[in-house]
Design a protein around this ligand. Structure first.
Ligand SMILES: C[S@@+](CC[C@H](N)C(=O)[O-])C[C@H]1O[C@@H](n2cnc3c(N)ncnc32)[C@H](O)[C@@H]1O
Length: 502
């Protein structure tokens, strides 16, 4: 986002990152794994969480990251500054003096071109969630045990949904939506956002004012599409243009329109020269990935023929532009990897010089790279493609002789419960069998060795493989049964972005 708005933040491959309230390092450690040339510092008040993280760091053999048990209030960086500061899931949930200290740390410890990320509950949206929180706090006050309080909170919302009519009743509809959302919340989130003592939500303008007191200014949110008034219908845009004459005001009105309840705000130093008119030429330095797939297996790329594309959330959009279709199909074919502007440009040139030479010539006439850059910016601003300043590590596509999962991932697979962080930095729930396969994928084992490794795990009693309800005693039979299952798991691990070519 910094680069998009004309700033020059430090390259992630060679930077210093601080995370305040890093818990067990689940966010920071995968970054440290992927960026060996950068330095990572995390602090947290929970000794237990920090110890857990330190064990993982040692287990993965990482030397570019330290986690320290420390209060944000007393943090002393010993003169070190940071290119990025991350504060996620903390700001709304700590007392006022800690909030002030967080902003003070961002003010005093960010480098001049640094970027801070702070997430918090936002108003007006949080008023609605806050109402449910108040009811949960009232109901669960009588239960001393936290697990019981979590269970009772879920039961309370269910009772309300079952008892309040939904038809022609916005309140009933709201509760029903909350119950649906709640089914996807993990206990930790419910506890954190609903049952903890401190939870203060802010209007965006209040947050921006507090940041300004600490010599910090608003850069943006991590998704550009959430920031642009251009994504509202024309009459809303017109009104916004009249009422919002600066970025903070504009964002505040957009929160009113969207009933926003959570923000992930990026801040930079007050003197940073932010350019709000994004230059499409910047796209040439970025990497692009698909967020939508063509609905038809072989969409027509001819101009004027409408084709539909569907995103993971089911939302579809269509285009009859040959250029847009070629770009989207090329990005889809490159998945799971993002591709550079140069690579995308050569795909566009190759495809459009085939059946659609008239367009190709038109594009050349109008300076094709500029057009492609503008289209990319437009697609990105609407959330229809993914844009990265630095690509994820190269992901395996399935034709590699040897595959590798990074050491921290293999550590997590065996030690950290059911979730493992993939190479796109997403925490994914993985079943036990697959986690054992993942733990063996260190880049040295071919498929036969992985089968052997899994058979050894069975022999060691780590898990059992049965046939007709009986454990398999014969070694050859065991391997024959394991082989296709392991093959399927490896394919799935590739699809889930866990593996790299060795
Ligand atoms: C909800 S967790 C968020 C953890 C992590 N950032 C994440 O997003 O998963 C809040 C964390 O803030 C830590 N914390 C709260 N107050 C703190 C303080 N004064 N100093 C350091 N850490 C604090 C807690 O120990 C806890 O690990």
């Amino acid at each position: 986002m910094g680069r998009l708005f004309g700033l020059t933040p430090t390259e992630p491959e060679k930077c210093r990152i601080l995370e305040l309230g890093c818990a067990d390092g689940a966010n920071l450690i995968p970054f440290a794994q992927n960026y060996p040339g950068s330095t990572f510092v995390g602090i947290d008040l929970s000794a237990k969480q920090v110890e857990r993280g330190q064990k993982a760091i040692a287990g993965a053999g990482l030397t570019n990251i330290t986690l320290t048990h420390q209060d944000i209030r007393n943090f002393d960086s010993q003169g070190q500054k940071f290119d990025y500061i991350i504060v996620h899931g903390i700001f709304s949930w700590v007392p006022e003096d800690v909030r002030e200290r967080i902003l003070n740390i961002c003010d005093t410890l960010l480098t001049d071109n640094g970027v801070a990320y702070i997430s918090y509950n936002a108003l007006p949206g949080w008023h609605m969630r806050g109402m449910i929180r108040d009811m949960m706090l009232f109901h669960t006050a009588q239960f001393p045990d936290i697990q019981q309080r979590i269970g009772q909170s879920r039961a309370l919302v269910k009772f309300l949904v079952d008892s309040v009519p939904t038809e022609n009743n916005p309140y009933g509809q709201f509760l029903k939506n909350e119950l649906t959302a709640m089914q996807g919340w993990q206990d930790g989130y419910l506890r954190h956002d609903f049952l903890e003592e401190e939870n203060k939500a802010f209007y965006f303008y209040e947050f921006a004012t507090a940041a300004a007191r600490h010599n910090l200014q608003y850069l943006g949110e991590p998704e550009l599409s959430a920031m642009l008034a251009g994504n509202f219908p024309p009459q809303v845009q017109e009104t916004l243009a009249k009422v919002g004459n600066n970025i903070v005001q504009m964002e505040q009105y957009m929160d009113f329109l969207r009933n926003r309840m959570f923000r992930m705000t990026l801040l930079v130093k007050k003197d940073a020269k932010i350019k709000r008119n994004i230059d499409a030429a910047l796209m040439r330095d970025f990497y692009f990935g698909a967020v939508a797939s063509a609905v038809k297996p072989e969409p027509s790329l001819a101009p004027g023929e409408k084709e539909e594309f569907r995103m993971a959330n089911g939302v579809t959009f269509s285009s009859d532009s040959a250029l847009v279709k070629v770009m989207l199909v090329s990005l889809q074919k490159s998945m799971p990897n993002h591709i550079s502007f140069g690579k995308l440009m050569s795909e566009v040139r190759a495809k459009l010089s085939g059946g659609a030479s008239a367009i190709r010539e038109a594009i050349i006439d109008q300076r094709e790279e500029a057009i492609v850059s503008q289209q990319l910016l437009l697609l990105y601003s609407k959330g229809l493609i993914d844009v990265l300043a630095v690509p994820h590590p190269t992901l395996a596509v399935g034709n590699e002789p040897l595959l590798k999962a990074p050491a921290y991932m293999r550590y997590q697979a065996l030690n950290d419960g059911r979730h493992v962080t993939n190479l796109r930095h997403v925490s994914v729930k993985v079943d036990s069998f697959s986690r054992h396969v993942l733990s063996l994928l260190d880049g040295t084992r071919d498929p036969a060795k992985i089968i052997e490794g899994m058979a050894e795990k069975v022999r060691a009693g780590l898990f059992s493989v049965q046939e007709n309800g009986q454990p398999i005693a014969d070694d050859n039979r065991l391997k024959a049964v394991l082989a296709p299952r392991i093959g399927g798991v490896v394919e799935q691990l590739i699809r889930l972005s866990f593996l790299q070519p060795a």
